[in-house]
Write a protein that binds this ligand. Structure first.
Ligand SMILES: *Cc1c(COP(=O)(O)O)cnc(C)c1O
Length: 391
């Protein structure tokens, strides 16, 4: 038998379709400009919204933590891997989010899986937006609760789901705060009102909203003024915060429960000191350098307007995530290649990350880009798209 013949067959199909991609190596720090294949290009594909991946305060905090506490923690949180800095950071994070408590997981992905898979039983129902992140979907795959998917941001369909499930013990409604592939914001006020009417729990995944929306980047709950009305806020420390990790912010009883039952928390080692210290420094930056968030939004407006003026379809995005819809998978990859030739790194996103026929270049501007960087990108988009007959 030839091992992996079944995988090779599929890979050949991807190659024929033009969607097989080696991983792109970054040969420099992550920043507004990066070095790829020996060439300096403008980075338009990172989640480094505020430029914190290489902020001096984060680097310094990480280095000092290594000096004082070492490179690793040597255990899971529940056995011997909880350091004082973990607990202190979580207390600060809870204060920042205006919640009773917060708990950090290894990543945003494991936060979602940990929560959704652990807090429900077969007497319950999870009700989820169809465009929610893969980690929410995987959490749902692991729960014993019944599932109900509602059409994207469709409040009538959500209400229908809430009406149909009134016999169950607990209903958990889950939504992304900002949808990661389209950049639209969930109608959280309406979701909260419906959940209050039908007595359901609300969970929002603010991976792309933490550090981006709300005062000092507190997220969608703050953005909409809904403090105290959203039961579970998940966030990531890997995107705007610039480091690595995820967290769950909410009631103390939720934190107590997750510590005992969330499997990624129980069975995977805690964050190294450098990670926690850098995240803590990032919170200082959010509180003390709010001009970074202002600059992010200024750049967002400039770039989005530029793309729309050129005639690109940006799918109604309302946030720094700005998709440029191309449609065909192979064409999106070609556009990405043409952009690279012109000094811009903007990765094509194709099926299965987005639906078939909705292939796109997903751009994310950051606070670190200059107006010149962004105008350079707009010019590259115009030339490349004209060459390929997209414009
Ligand atoms: C990126 C993302 C995650 C995962 O966060 P990581 O910290 O990178 O694991 C979860 N949810 C959404 C909506 C995301 O965009």
């Amino acid at each position: 038998m030839k091992p992996f013949a079944h995988l090779e067959k599929e890979i050949q199909e991807w190659k024929a379709a033009g969607t097989f991609r080696p991983l792109t190596e970054i040969e420099s720090e992550q920043g507004a400009r990066v070095v790829i294949r020996g060439k300096e290009v403008v980075q338009l594909s990172s989640n480094n919204y505020l430029g914190l991946t290489n902020h001096p305060r984060l680097k310094k905090a990480a280095l000092e933590a290594v000096e004082q506490y070492g490179a690793g923690t040597g255990s899971v949180r529940t056995i011997a891997g909880t350091f004082s800095m973990h607990e202190q950071f979580e207390k600060r994070l809870a204060q920042f989010k205006h919640t009773e408590a917060a708990l950090v997981f290894q990543s945003g992905f494991t936060s979602n899986v940990g929560v959704v898979a652990s807090i429900l039983t077969d007497e319950d129902v999870v009700i989820s937006d169809e465009l929610n992140h893969a980690s929410i979907i995987d959490g749902i795959r692991l729960t014993k609760a019944k599932r109900r998917i509602y059409r994207h941001n469709d409040m009538d369909d959500l209400e229908k789901a809430l009406k149909e499930t009134q016999d169950s013990r607990v209903r958990l409604v889950v939504t992304d705060g900002v949808f990661s592939m389209d950049g639209d914001i969930a109608p959280l006020p309406q979701i909260v009102e419906l959940c209050e009417k039908y007595d359901a729990l609300v969970m929002v995944d603010d991976a792309h909203a933490s550090g981006v929306l709300g005062k000092n980047g507190r997220g969608t709950v703050d953005h909409y003024g809904l403090h105290g009305r959203v039961h579970i806020q998940v966030g990531t420390l890997s995107k705007a915060i610039g480091v690595l990790g995820g967290y769950v912010a909410g009631a103390q009883v939720l934190r107590d429960y997750l510590i005992h039952r969330a499997r990624p928390f129980l069975f995977s080692t805690s964050h190294p000191p450098a990670v926690t210290a850098a995240c803590n420094a990032a919170l200082d930056v959010l509180l003390e350098e709010p001009e970074l968030i202002d600059r992010l939004w200024e750049n967002t407006r400039f770039f989005k307007e530029g793309l729309n003026k050129l005639g690109f379809d940006t799918a109604g995005s309302e946030t720094p995530i700005t998709p440029v819809i191309v449609g065909d998978d192979a064409l999106a990859m070609k556009l990405s290649d043409e952009l690279f030739e012109r000094g811009v790194y903007a990765q094509g996103i194709v099926y299965p990350t987005v639906p078939k026929g909705k292939a796109r270049i997903r751009t994310i501007v950051t606070a670190s880009h200059t107006k010149e960087d962004l105008q350079f990108c707009l010019d590259a988009f115009e030339q490349a798209a004209k060459k390929l007959g997209i414009l």
